[in-house]
Design a protein around this ligand. Structure first.
Ligand code: ADP
Ligand code: MG
Length: 285
């Protein structure tokens, strides 16, 4: 279990807090999503959690132990995928992973060749990483993050720069990592990704958490229980929004269904993006 308590952080020289009194918990084996627009403070929180930025105010606790007291072995247990890929550009993709593997003293580990295949970089493994596209570099750091089968994964915008097919592939690996038992801290402004994979989502805006719940609960809490129905009769297309809490609307819904003239229907629960806009007045991208 990971516990973050009342975390605040200001970059040197800045008068505003990049992170402002942020608290949350992540249970073992769960995916916790940090969702918010660019500049909200997501990467800053991740970097404090992995000890890359100093802890100024608040607590970060792993299985009851404060971050400060965790020794080197902690870094064998975590896998980190950074937003801005930090790789050795002069080495090939494969050499990057071999080099990195040498830094860890862990038992079980995936073969570098295998992880590269998993993320779709098999064919590019002998190419210099400096020649990789942004999306390829992103996948290389992702491969590096999962290679040593860490207990905790920190994934900062893992789908950024990826085309939909490759993004899907990475999403599936994230879900498999969860099945394996990894606890995952996922940072993203991609609300579809957050919706699909996260057990809990925290919305972050201007350094503050403004809502936190399962995607399903958030959507139920902020959405309307309604169905938008398009039906066609005598060549004329009509659209109606029917509220499921109203008797007459439910009867109308049944009537429409029984006529067989319905062309489309969409339930009107809110998307995470709409909820975010409702709460903050701004979008995610
Ligand atoms: P996110 O990951 O949600 O896009 P960040 O954590 O990167 O947000 O940034 C949060 C805030 O801190 C932003 O206002 C950003 O401009 C500022 N910031 C980020 N990195 C630095 C830095 N190295 N020095 C000063 N300010 C920074
Ligand atoms: Mg970021």
């Amino acid at each position: 279990m990971i516990k973050v308590e009342q975390l605040s952080f200001a970059y040197p020289g800045s008068s505003t807090k990049a992170v402002d009194n942020v608290s949350f918990e992540i249970e073992k084996g769960r995916i916790f999503g940090f969702l918010g627009p660019s500049g909200a403070g997501k990467s800053t929180v991740q970097n404090i959690m992995i000890g890359l930025l100093p802890l100024q105010d608040g607590k970060v606790v792993y299985d009851g132990k404060p971050l400060r007291q965790l020794g080197k072995s902690f870094f064998n247990r975590i896998g980190v995928s950074f937003e801005h890929p930090n790789i050795y550009e002069k080495l090939t993709g494969l050499e990057n992973l071999h080099y990195y593997a040498g830094l860890f003293s862990v038992g079980e580990r995936l073969a570098p060749e295998l992880v590269l295949d998993m993320v779709g970089l098999g064919d590019a493994r002998n190419k210099r990483a400096g020649q990789y596209s942004k999306g390829m570099k992103q996948r290389l750091v992702f491969a590096r993050a999962i290679m040593h089968r860490p207990d905790i994964l920190f994934l900062d915008e893992p789908l950024s720069g990826l085309d939909p097919t490759t993004g899907q592939r990475i999403k599936e690996i994230i879900l498999r990592e969860k099945e394996r038992g990894a606890t995952i801290f996922l940072t993203t402004h991609n609300m579809l990704l957050a919706d699909e994979v996260c057990d809990t989502v925290a919305f972050i805006n201007d350094g503050k958490i403004i809502a936190k719940d399962s995607p399903r609960n958030l959507k139920l809490q902020f959405g309307t229980r309604a169905v938008k129905v398009e039906h066609r009769q005598d060549e004329r297309l009509t659209t109606e929004t029917l509220f499921l809490d109203r008797d007459e609307d439910r009867q109308q819904f049944n009537r429409l269904l029984s006529t067989g003239h319905v062309e489309t229907m969409h339930s009107q629960e809110a998307t995470l993006e709409q909820i975010f806009i409702k709460l903050t007045g701004r979008g995610l991208s």
